[in-house]
Design a protein around this ligand. Sequence first.
Ligand code: FAD
Length: 409
Amino acid sequence: MAEFTMELNDEQREVRDWLHGFAADVIRPAAAEWDEREETPWPVIQEAAKVGIYSLDFYAQQYFDPTGLGIPMAMEELFWGDAGIALSIVGTGLAAVGVLANGTEEQIGTWIPQMYGDQNDVKVAAFCSSEPDAGSDVASMRTRAVYDEAKDEWVINGTKTWATNGGIANVHVVVAVVDPELGSKGHASFIVPPGTPGLTQGQKFKKHGIRASHTAEVVLENVRVPGSCLLGGKEKLDERLARAREKAKASGGERVKNAAMATFEASRPAVGAMAVGTARAAYEVALEYATTREQFGRPIIDNQGVAFQLADMRTQIDAARLLVWRASWMAVNGKPFTAAEGSMSKLFASETAKKVTAQAIQILGGNGYTREYPVERMHRDSAIYTIFEGTSEIQRLVIARTLAGMPIR
Ligand SMILES: Cc1cc2nc3c(=O)[nH]c(=O)nc-3n(C[C@H](O)[C@H](O)[C@H](O)COP(=O)(O)OP(=O)(O)OC[C@H]3O[C@@H](n4cnc5c(N)ncnc54)[C@H](O)[C@@H]3O)c2cc1C
């Protein structure tokens, strides 16, 4: 087990500084333009690919960092640059993790490179779980995958929504129901390879924030994928379903609900780290402004009303980062999340980002309310953190039920 330390090691510091440089020199200057265009910032993704930030190697290196701090550190720096662009850069990694975590070696080797493309022809990937009637309530998912044994193919039908990179992705990872009796235990994940007939993009959403990140519906009509596209393979799925059926029988046939949510504990700190990045960015702009803007013959930070806000902002950002680092360390060291510490970190960091970015607008006064300054964009962007990867209410529900020893549903 890696020793826990509050200090990044030399290698981590080097990576952090390199990422910060990219965020400051490439991402931040492009942020306002891509926010207005509401389009995927392909040239920035390509730039990230050229320097090695947009690659499986980089993502895997951070993901497998034994201290657990690689991913939160990377997320914080990239999202410090700009949340919409950063999500366009890391969105593929989030889909790739689904394959890394559940796929066979062959699936990892075949599909992950196709998710990224190459430096001259970058591609993106999408992870499609949410549906119009199954957001927080994952167990209500309706997209169905049926096995056609004669052809060794799976046939997928359904509509996914809110998919980051949905429809523009080269590779889609789609979660579907394979056994409706088992609730979320009866779900499985499938690769939908590039150009598969029947997969189309539905509406592209016009959003409040993270507008440089593409979000859309994905419609699946009789989408046929080879048996080899079932993540983990058929044998493993059959074993898992048999175990779940046994458990359901033992619990009197009660539908198994939402147990899969527990797996989110390990991924939620990464979203917390994104929120820390946005909050820190807004705080830095506000601090700089408060020390240089003068009213009544003195910098506005000379007023306790402004200074104390900045003190609270910084305190909450640091507290959020510590919760995120703790949960990330726990995840990588296989510690049980007995108090839902992953959800805790995401809850606190995302609420902090919303609060801190609103305070930043206030400190900048009229300027804060305009698009001449970045804090209004950061505030719009921060609203996503309390929604995706489980809303704040769902985080509270998970924490409370975990503390009470109750099943999560
Ligand atoms: C920009 C964006 C990108 C996204 N990217 C992806 C992606 O790549 N892949 C993907 O699969 N999904 C993605 N999502 C979906 C996201 O995870 C869902 O929006 C989220 O889980 C909430 O689901 P919902 O929108 O259906 O809200 P609902 O579940 O309908 O919730 C509505 C409100 O009710 C509250 N609520 C619901 N149930 C309870 C309860 N039991 N107790 C208390 N309050 C409750 C919620 O907290 C919320 O305030 C994305 C969403 C957005 C907006």
